[in-house]
Write a protein that binds this ligand. Structure first.
Ligand SMILES: N[C@@H](CCC(=O)N[C@@H](CS)C(=O)NCC(=O)O)C(=O)O
Length: 217
């Protein structure tokens, strides 16, 4: 039985959970929530060079980094969802977009979250403004890309990266009304059964969101 270590509210854990749900791959979820005890968290600390989750265990294999977990599942536990496009040229596009979502959407959303964690009631407003500006810039890039290109079919590596990053980034910096393609993509992703399952499983933990979770989604 595969084991996935992570947290139901964690964006990168969603990225690894979505392919499991989309392909109906059996696995055991091992939560690192403090309420579940220290054992799972200690395993993650030992398995990952920065103590980050998700971490996948498959027999003797331990796989870290959400993108690598999606790639691993595509190779070793394939299912109906085309996680990595079979066409090599389309696969390059999927991997490019995966990097865009991780580095420029997820990362800048996390900068806002981190500013609240570090600053408590007095977060660094310069850092927050800079992260939000970077989010607006990547939103514009994505809107332009989506208006001229087609995404690989869901559920792919792109959906796995885009769903959690757009879900949470919209909470810290709304995707503007004049970005119809990007707004539509977020709505489309949240409507996928594999993604809505993550949203529902995370709902009890919304009070963990340091900037405060909005009353929607
Ligand atoms: N590059 C990693 C990032 C994973 C990551 O940042 N995970 C967060 C949760 S969403 C985490 O482990 N946070 C706890 C920590 O950094 O100690 C990946 O792609 O898996």
């Amino acid at each position: 039985m595969l084991q996935l270590y992570g947290h139901p509210f964690s964006s990168y854990t969603w990225k690894a959970l979505i392919p499991f749900y989309a392909n109906g791959t059996p696995f055991e979820f091992r939560s690192v929530d403090p309420g579940e005890g220290a054992e799972n968290g200690a395993f993650v600390q030992a398995a990952h060079p920065a103590g980050k989750f998700p971490v996948l265990v498959d027999g003797d294999a331990t796989v870290i980094e959400a993108t690598a977990i999606v790639e691993y599942l595509a190779v070793h536990h394939p299912g109906p969802a085309p996680l990595i496009p079979h066409d090599p040229a389309e696969a390059v596009v999927a991997r490019m977009l995966d990097r865009v979502f991780d580095h420029y959407v997820m990362h800048n959303m996390n900068r806002v979250v981190a500013a609240h964690i570090v600053g408590g009631g007095n977060p660094d407003q310069g850092e927050i403004a800079s992260a939000k500006e970077a989010l607006r810039r990547v939103y514009r890039w994505l809107e332009d890309w989506l208006s001229e290109n087609r995404l690989p079919p869901h559920v792919s590596l792109v959906s796995c990266a885009a769903a959690p990053s757009l879900f949470y980034s919209d909470w810290v910096e709304r995707i503007p009304d004049d970005h119809p393609h990007l707004r539509a993509l977020r709505a489309e992703l949240l409507a996928l059964p594999a993604v809505s399952r993550c949203v529902e499983d995370a709902r009890p933990f919304r009070h963990y969101f340091p900037p405060g979770a909005p009353d929607r989604d």
